[in-house]
Design a protein around this ligand. Structure first.
Ligand SMILES: NC(=O)c1ccc[n+]([C@@H]2O[C@H](COP(=O)([O-])OP(=O)(O)OC[C@H]3O[C@@H](n4cnc5c(N)ncnc54)[C@H](O)[C@@H]3O)[C@@H](O)[C@H]2O)c1
Length: 255
C-alpha cells in the first residue's frame, strides 16, 4: 500500500473521477475525506469505502466552508497530507452560456475553489513540513478554442480557461511552497467516461475524438487516472513539483 496512514482530502468525490480517486486512495491505505457539495452522494461514497473514510460537506467556492473543512480534518486526523482539488462544475455545464455572470460562476468553483482549498490546508501542511496538492486540470486547457457561436457575442471559453488558470496556479504555487516541503502538481485528463461526459459529449462526437485525436483509440475510464494521482500523492514523487501531467491517451501530444 503506497499511501498508508496518509490523510487525503478529495474534493468533488461524490461521483465520477473524484469517487474513483477516493476509492483508490483508500485501497492504498489513506484515510480519505470525501468532500463534496452533494450530501447524499458524498455520504454514500464514504459509506461504501468504509473504514476511516468520512464525508464532509463543502462548497469549495465558500471561504467559510473551505476553512471549516480544513479545521475539521486537522482536528479529526491530526494532519493533512494530500489535497486533491477535483471539484468542478462539469456535469450540466452550459457550454453555450457566454455571459459574464456564468463565467464568474465557473471561475468561482473550478479555479477559486481550488485556491481557497489550498489556502485552507496550507497552514497545516506548512506546520508538518510536508504535503502534496494535486489540481485536476483537463486536456481542454490546451485544445483549439474554436467554439461555435452565433451573432456577435464573444465566447467566454469558461471551462478551458479555468483549467489553464489551474495549470498556471500549479506552477506559481509550487515555486512558492516547495521550501516548506509542500508539492503542487496537476493531472490533465483526456475524455473520461463519467456520467458528466456522457451527458455533455454525444456518442458520435466521442467516436470521432477517440479515433481521430487520440493515439490510444479509446476514452479513459476514471480508474485510468487513479495511478497517476497515487504516485503524485506518494513519497515516490517527493522531488516532483510544478508539473502538469497529461493522462489523455496521447491526445494533446498529437496536436
Ligand atoms: N470527465 C472528463 O472527461 C474530464 C476530463 C478532464 C478533466 N475532468 C475534470 O475532472 C473532474 C471530475 O470530472 P467528472 O467527470 O467526475 O465531473 P462530475 O461533474 O461528474 O463530478 C464533479 C463533482 O464535483 C462536485 N462539485 C461541483 N461543484 C462543487 C462545489 N462547489 N463544491 C464541492 N463539490 C462540488 C459535484 O457534486 C460532483 O460530485 C472535474 O474537475 C473535471 O473538470 C473531467
Amino acid at each position: 500500500m503506497r499511501l498508508e496512514n496518509k490523510v487525503a482530502i478529495v474534493t468533488g468525490a461524490g461521483q465520477g473521477i473524484g469517487e474513483a480517486y477516493a476509492q483508490r486512495f483508500a485501497r492504498e491505505g489513506a484515510k480519505v475525506v470525501v468532500a463534496d457539495v452533494n450530501v447524499e452522494k458524498g455520504t454514500a461514497v464514504a459509506a461504501a469505502i468504509g473504514g476511516d473514510a468520512v464525508f464532509e460537506r463543502v462548497d469549495v467556492a465558500s471561504e467559510d466552508d473551505t476553512r471549516r473543512l480544513a479545521r475539521a480534518v486537522a482536528d479529526r486526523f491530526g494532519r493533512i497530507d494530500v489535497l486533491l482539488n477535483n471539484a468542478a462544475i462539469f456535469y450540466g455545464i452550459e457550454n453555450q452560456n457566454f455571459s459574464y455572470a456564468y463565467l464568474r460562476k465557473i471561475f468561482d468553483v473550478n479555479y477559486f475553489g481550488a485556491w481557497l482549498m489550498c489556502r485552507a490546508v496550507f497552514p497545516v501542511m506548512k506546520q508538518q513540513g510536508s504535503g502534496s496538492v494535486i489540481n485536476q486540470s483537463s486536456a481542454a486547457a490546451w485544445m483549439h478554442p474554436d467554439i461555435p457561436f452565433e451573432g456577435d457575442q464573444l465566447p467566454s471559453f469558461h471551462y478551458s480557461v479555468t483549467k489553464a488558470a489551474l495549470n498556471a496556479m500549479t506552477h506559481y504555487m509550487a515555486g512558492c511552497v516547495g521550501k516548506f516541503g509542500v508539492r503542487v502538481n496537476a493531472i490533465a485528463p483526456g475524455p473520461t467516461m463519467t456520467e458528466a461526459t456522457k451527458q455533455i459529449v454525444p456518442e458520435g462526437v466521442m467516436d470521432l475524438i477517440v479515433n481521430m485525436m487520440m493515439a490510444i483509440h479509446r476514452p479513459l475510464e476514471p480508474d485510468d487516472l487513479t495511478g497517476t494521482a497515487v504516485w503524485l500523492a506518494s513519497d515516490d514523487a517527493k522531488m516532483v513539483t510544478g508539473q502538469c501531467i497529461l493522462v489523455d491517451g496521447g491526445m494533446i501530444m498529437l496536436g
